[in-house]
Design a protein around this ligand. Structure first.
Ligand SMILES: [Zn+2]
Length: 193
């Protein structure tokens, strides 16, 4: 069954060991922040630092595992039609919009959307780590380390598929940051098989 996350919102749901999660960009150039927590102990969460350390790369794609803070594999990327995702930047938040965009009444962003969706599972704001930012395009200058945000490379209908390596709680958004989504807010589709 295909689910839709409305623009600038988020969802949380369970994913069983062995199930596959497909994340689809229905209109193109839209980011989806993805979080994963061990369903039986939410102190175990997806870890950018450990994953990038073990991959020795910052751009992940088909065949790459996503590790937890306890160095267990939570998800494998089993199919990827885009090949560019970000695992460096934190979920956009009201502070992102205040500090980077100068907004006085900022939206709660992916961070607020994730916190609200994950609260029923016992996940609090301080437990939210760096998300795997599906379709987010963050190039790096290899010499200076400078990084910046460019439009996603995803086209309408492009998808990425993850397979769960443990029972999980997943948080997923349709990202709320203008820069990350080439200036417009679009939905995200997902399904479990
Ligand atoms: Zn966002």
């Amino acid at each position: 069954m295909l689910h839709e996350i409305a623009p600038r919102s988020g969802a949380a749901f369970t994913l069983d060991l062995g199930q596959r999660l497909t994340v689809i960009d229905p209109k193109g150039e839209q980011v989806a922040d993805l979080l994963a927590f061990n369903r039986h102990d939410v102190g175990e969460a997806i870890s950018s630092g450990r994953t990038l350390d073990y991959a020795s790369r910052i751009y992940l794609t088909t065949g790459d595992p996503l590790y937890s803070n306890r160095s267990n594999i939570m998800l494998d990327i089993v199919e990827d039609e885009v090949g560019r995702h970000d695992f460096l930047l934190t979920p956009c938040s009201k502070d992102t919009f205040r500090i980077i965009y100068g907004e006085e009444e900022p939206h709660r962003g992916c961070f607020g959307n994730l916190a609200a969706a994950l609260a029923p599972y016992g996940v609090t704001e301080d437990m939210i780590p760096t998300a795997f930012n599906v379709f987010m395009n963050v190039p790096i200058d290899g010499k200076t380390g400078a990084l910046w945000v460019e439009p996603p490379l995803s086209k309408a209908g492009d998808k990425i598929i993850f397979e769960a390596r443990m029972d999980l709680i997943i948080g997923l958004t349709a990202c709320s940051a203008l820069q990350s989504n080439n200036g417009s807010f679009k939905p995200i589709h997902w399904q479990i098989d």
